[in-house]
Design a protein around this ligand. Structure first.
Ligand SMILES: [Zn+2]
Length: 103
């Protein structure tokens, strides 16, 4: 079940970046992994392609498992587990388990 979406703010609950918060940049197609701004930075060294060009280091956030993050509710500001509820018209809505707000 996909509960994390692009643009969400999350709290990292496991790993080296534990306790940090960030914005979700990308969700993997399966929904199992997410890429978060400033979290799990991978450094990639780029060699100059042409003569006279400088090599550079590109920093890019790596994907982490959604099981290592918790959604922060924009309404109550607390880390929560969002659940999907079915509403009229068969549209699914995410609901914060803490404050019951649709997020
Ligand atoms: Zn809430």
């Amino acid at each position: 079940m996909l509960t994390i979406k692009q643009g969400d703010t999350i709290l990292v609950i496991a790993g080296d970046d534990r306790g940090r918060t960030g914005k979700v940049i990308k969700v993997s197609p399966s929904g199992a992994r997410v890429q978060i701004e400033g979290i799990n930075i991978q450094k990639k060294h780029h060699r100059p392609k042409k003569e006279g060009e400088k090599g550079q280091v590109i920093e890019k956030p790596g994907f982490i498992s959604v099981s290592n993050v918790k959604l922060i509710c924009p309404k109550c500001g607390k880390p929560t587990k969002a659940s999907h509820t079915r509403t009229e018209g068969k549209r699914k809505k995410r609901v914060c388990k803490k404050c019951q707000a649709v997020i």
